[in-house]
Design a protein around this ligand. Structure first.
Ligand code: AMP
Length: 111
């Protein structure tokens, strides 16, 4: 499904884009700032697969997330990679949830 966002078939507000990475708002925000950061490649279902195959793309996702947290919040942020259905993953195209903006201290999850 995120492949359709990368191809432009599903229009989104692009908040950041590099050759390998795209960021757009989560359609169902769980925090004042809730942005999804994804690799354009559809080859990886989860962060471990991406880290093993393309660590530089993962590093780029983190750099993009950090810069978006500076742009949209105070530069402090939480990055979440749900990995597996029982961990809450519903889209099997690796994505980072970037959460920022007065997060509940005790809440660890995106929901
Ligand atoms: P996860 O549950 O970790 O797999 O996260 C999938 C996320 O994708 C959820 O937070 C959804 O709200 C979000 N989502 C699903 N479809 C879209 C869409 N078309 N545009 C933006 N976010 C979406």
């Amino acid at each position: 499904m995120f492949a359709k966002i990368v191809s432009g078939e599903i229009p989104v507000e692009i908040l950041a884009e590099t050759d390998r990475v795209l960021a757009f708002p989560d359609i169902s925000p769980q925090a004042p700032v809730h942005i999804l950061v994804i690799p354009k490649s559809t080859a990886y279902a989860n962060v471990a697969e991406l880290a093993a195959a393309e660590p530089e793309t993962l590093a780029e996702m983190v750099a993009v997330a950090r810069s978006l947290a500076e742009e949209h919040a105070n530069g402090e942020y939480r990055l979440i990679f749900n990995s597996g259905a029982t961990a809450g993953q519903t889209v099997f195209h690796v994505h980072a949830h970037l959460l920022a903006g007065n997060l509940e201290e005790r809440s660890l999850g995106a929901s």
